[in-house]
Design a protein around this ligand. Sequence first.
Ligand SMILES: *Cc1c(COP(=O)(O)O)cnc(C)c1O
Length: 480
Amino acid sequence: MRLPETGWDRDRIFATLEGYRERDLAWRTGRTFGFVYDSGHEAARIGKDAYAMYLAENGLDPTSFPSLMRLENEVVGMALAAAGGAGGACGTFTSGGTESIMLAVKAARDAARAHRPDLGRPEIVLPVTAHAAFHKAAHYLGLEVVVTPIDPATCAADPAAMSAAITERTILLVASAPSYAHGAIDPVADIAAVARDRGICCHVDACVGGWMLPYFRRLGAAIPPYDLCVPGVTSLSLDLHKYAFAPKGASVVLYASPELRRHQLFACASWTGYGVVNTAVQSSKSGGPLAAAWATLHAIGDAGYLELARSMREATLALERGIASIPGLAVLGRPAMSLLAFAWRGGDVFHLADEMKVRGWYLQPQLSRGGLPPSLHITVGPTNAPHAGAFLADIRASVEAARALRQSPIAGQVRDMVAGTATEGVLDALVAELLDTLGAGNGMLPDRMAAVHQILDALPPPLVERALAAFMERAFGATA
Ligand SMILES: *Cc1c(COP(=O)(O)O)cnc(C)c1O
C-alpha cells in the first residue's frame, strides 16, 4: 500500500473502511459470544460521543488537563466503591486488563525489592487458570512464573498447592474472580490469608467480574468474598471495557493501600525535556477512553447495570442448563457469573465450533490444559440473551453434524510424534508446514478451523506459542 498522492475525500475513506470490515466478526447479530461487550443500551452512543469529544486531550500531564484528573478520580472512586475499597484504598485508570495486571505485578515486584534487597529473581505463583496477562507481565518484568494445579471439579485454584509453591523468592499470589476461561471464582479468602501469613502480595484478577459480580450477588447469586475487603488482598484489576460496557481502552488497577501503588509510578528527570511522571505504562494518551468510560457509567447507572445483570444471569443459567442437558456435553467447573466453558465427551469440540460457525455463531475454542479437556468458551452479554433458545437448538443440530466428522489424521501423527522421540526441529518443521497449508500469507483463516485446533491441541505449549508467533509474523508481513 502506498500513501495517496493527494488526500482522499471523506466518502471514499469511509466507504473503503466499511468495505474493509466485511469479513470481521458479525458481533451486532447477538450471535457472537466474546470479544465485544455490547450492552445494547443507548449508553453505547453516548460513550462514543464522549470518546470523540475527548479524543485530542492528552493524559500525559493532568495539570494541563485537570478535567482528565477529575474524570479519573471519579471513575476510580466508583470502581473502588464496587470493589470494596476502604480506608486508604486508591487506584489508577489504565488502557485494559493487561496494563492493569502489568502495573500490579510491577508494584508487587518493586515493593518486594524495597523490603528485601537480596531478593534475586522474583517469582509469582498462579493457578493454571490465571489469565495469560500474568505470564506476559512476568515476561516483560523479568519474573519467574510458578503455575499451580486447580481442582478439576470446580476449576478453582487450590490454595494448598499455591501455599506449597511459595519460596523465599515469591512476591505475589494471584486469584481470579472469576477466571476468564471457565468463569470460576477462586477461593480468594484462603489464598489471601496465605499471602498475608507469608508477608507477600495477593492480586485479585477481577478484570472480567469486578464490575458485574456485585450485581449478580444482589440478584441472589452465591458469590463468595473476593474483593479489597478480604484481608490479605493487596490489589485488584477491573476492566471497564468488559462488563461495564465502556468502549475499549478502559480498566482500573486498585490497591488496598497507597504504599503499594507508590511502586507502580514512574518518574524521570534525567533527560533534557519536560519532567516525566506516569501513573501507568502509556505516556501521551488520548482522554477518549477515560471520558467514554465516565460517560458510560453515568448513562447506564446503578439500576441500568442491575437490569443488564438480570438478563445476562437468566440467559447464562438457561444456557448452562441447556448445554448440560445435551448427552455428552458437560459444563466445566462452577461458572459463577456469565462466562462458561463446556467439553464434549466422545466428540470433538473443535468440529462443534465449526458447525456453530456455519450456523452463524461464534464460540471460542480452548485447548486442553491443566488436566481439563478441550472446550468451547462463551462470554454471555445482554445482546446474546434473546438468542439463548436459538443457540441451544443450533448446538443440538451441530452436535449431530459434528459427530459425522473425523479427526485430522495429521493431529494423530503429531500426537504420536510428540509422545515419541521427535526432536523440536522436526516439530518446528511440521508447524511451518501447517502454516503454509493455512495460507497464512494474508492473515485470513479458513472457514473450518477444527484440523488446526486439533493439531495445536496435540502440541506442547512452547510449540503452540512458537506456532502462534510464527503465524503473526506472517499475518503482519507488510513490507515497504
Ligand atoms: C480480559 C481479561 C484480562 C486481560 O484484559 P485485556 O483487557 O484483554 O488486556 C485479564 N484477566 C481476565 C480475567 C480477563 O477476563
